[in-house]
Design a protein around this ligand. Structure first.
Ligand SMILES: Cc1cc2nc3c(=O)[nH]c(=O)nc-3n(C[C@H](O)[C@H](O)[C@H](O)COP(=O)(O)OP(=O)(O)OC[C@H]3O[C@@H](n4cnc5c(N)ncnc54)[C@H](O)[C@@H]3O)c2cc1C
Length: 496
């Protein structure tokens, strides 16, 4: 039998990325590996990253995580959607929900039928035909084994790392507290041989996972892997984050409110709200950004506003030599669609599935890197879409967004929707057809033509069918408890 060549896994960093990696490895492959995580309390974590997408639930299912226990431990609430305010025009509002929009057929997606109905004056706004969207608007929520709503969570990032740490340590992962002072490379192969702590402790490994955040201590500072800058497409480079007391019941969606140099988030947890202002430093000074955030929050602040600078883009390789980068060390895409934690989970899931028991080979690394790049570029295009399709011209920021050149992949998507109402999802794409649809329509992109399947019905039939669908959704939403009521029963967290 072939010997196991990779056994000692060293995770550098214990933020969301580090502890997701440790928990996932320990729970899936634990007895086969020696897992060590090194983190420094002195350095701390980035402390943001609180909105997720539905894949989070799939990942938790893989790990056998109990939903109620997790939600109580992390002050979590449910998330059905993101509301985009002021994006296409100042005063606009649309919702990108996680749900299915209407019911299509194998011939054509629902929106073609809806476009026909709209042309004939018998269809209402597309959101009327989506259960999750209407529940979000009404502040309602319910889940059970039999009611498969599509949803995600808002959670407290620090509590989540603590929760995962417990899971990882229960399954045998070892934590070492200490500051990494240097990283040693093997003189012959150039691979990473060990990390050395300020205390002098030397920790050897076969595979290193760099979760040291923006510092990218192993992947960049040691291996000099390089970075592809995407800031010519996604202009923001800074964020202020602050936490406030909750002054109202938590809504089951994230708010993304555009301003003249970026946007602001509001993420409701059970007892507090996470707020942040994302902006482009070319258009807004830090002091003004901080003040703008403080002027646009509700409730007492619990923390001091904290400035975080970033560069949008991706590491040239996320698996280089015997090192894999996860989290902020692997690149950064702003949290507009809450995709970073998903990318960490995807990265570790792929690593578990492709684990190099037989040794790390170039072919394996290339495949991992190729897949990761495809996943990232798809998300990148989706984010650019929100900016490119603006009609705002009230500031240099929005004019630059509107006028920028975009990747060809995105150009094709926009053109085909504009010409034919065509939307698609390729095999490994994260975002579903309904996600592209809701954002494209929400950003006021109007198709010139659509599939004619809707013409097989008379105007009356089409109107009745759409009205029925809308009525069924409204009835079902009416019967749901409020989000607050449901949380109080299902997963109440103790007040901190
Ligand atoms: C403004 C902003 C908003 C965001 N919002 C979202 C969101 O809503 N949803 C989402 O999915 N993602 C979001 N993200 C991304 C998310 O925060 C990160 O993906 C996630 O927190 C992972 O961070 P990390 O663990 O890679 O890094 P960090 O949290 O920075 O952790 C780094 C770790 O490395 C350790 N470390 C560093 N140097 C050393 C050293 N020398 N010795 C020992 N230890 C060291 C630190 O102690 C720490 O434990 C957001 C990011 C930003 C910047």
């Amino acid at each position: 039998m072939a010997e196991q060549r990779v056994k000692r896994v060293i995770i550098a960093g214990g933020g969301t990325a580090g502890w997701i990696a440790a928990a996932a490895l320990a729970r899936s492959l634990g007895p086969l590996l020696e897992i060590t995580l090194v983190e420094s309390d002195d350095i701390g974590t980035v402390g943001v990253g609180e909105a997720t997408i539905p894949t989070h639930r799939t990942f938790h299912n893989f790990l056998g995580i109990d939903e109620q226990e997790f939600m109580k431990a992390t002050q979590a609430t449910f998330k059905l959607a993101i509301a985009f305010e002021n994006w296409a025009r100042d005063g606009d509002r649309y919702i990108h929900s996680f749900g299915e929009v209407g019911r299509g057929t194998w011939v054509a997606d629902f929106h073609h039928i809806w476009l026909q109905g709209r042309g004939e004056g018998v269809a209402e706004g597309i959101g009327e035909y989506c259960f999750e969207l209407k529940a979000a608007e009404a502040g309602k929520f319910y889940t059970s084994d039999k009611a498969p709503l599509s949803y995600a969570y808002h959670l407290d990032a620090s509590l989540y790392a603590k929760y995962l740490r417990k899971l990882a340590e229960e399954k045998g992962a070892t934590r070492i507290e200490g500051k990494i002072k240097s990283v040693e490379r093997d003189g012959d192969s150039g691979d990473i041989a060990a990390i050395v702590l300020e205390s002098g402790q030397r920790i050897e490994g076969d595979l290193f996972i760099d979760c040291t955040g923006f510092r990218a201590l192993l992947m960049e500072q040691t291996l000099e892997t390089g970075y592809e800058d995407w800031s010519h497409w996604l202009f923001t480079d800074s964020a202020f984050a602050v936490q406030t007391q909750a002054v109202r019941d938590p809504i089951p969606y994230t708010r993304a409110i555009a301003h003249d140099a970026g946007w602001q988030w509001r993420i409701p947890l059970q007892h507090r709200v996470g707020n942040g202002l994302i902006y482009c430093s070319e258009d807004l000074e830090a002091d003004a950004a901080r003040q703008r955030l403080l002027d646009n929050i509700e409730g007492e602040t619990i923390t001091e506003p904290r400035l975080i600078r970033y560069k949008t883009g991706r590491r040239n390789k996320v698996w280089n030599r015997n090192c894999v980068a996860l989290g902020l060390s692997s690149g950064f895409l702003e949290p507009l669609e809450s995709t970073s934690i998903h990318l960490i989970q995807l990265g570790i899931t792929k690593l578990i599935q492709m684990f190099p028991f037989g040794g790390i080979t170039p072919g394996l690394r290339d495949r991992y890197n190729r897949q990761t790049q495809d996943n990232l570029e798809h998300i990148r295009d989706f984010l650019i879409l929100h900016y490119k399709l603006t009609e705002r011209d009230d500031s240099p920021f929005w004019r630059r967004c509107r006028d920028m050149e975009i990747p060809d992949t995105l150009k094709t998507r926009i053109e085909l929707f504009r010409e034919q109402a065509m939307v698609w999802k390729d095999q490994d794409d994260l975002f579903q057809i309904d996600s592209w649809l809701q954002v494209m329509l929400g950003q006021r992109l109007s198709p010139a033509a659509h599939h004619h399947i809707g013409r097989l019905m008379s105007r009356d039939q089409l109107g009745r069918s759409l009205a029925n669908m809308k009525g069924q959704i409204a009835d079902a939403v009416g019967k749901l408890p409020t989000h607050r009521q449901f949380i109080e029963k299902y997963c109440p967290a103790p007040k901190p």
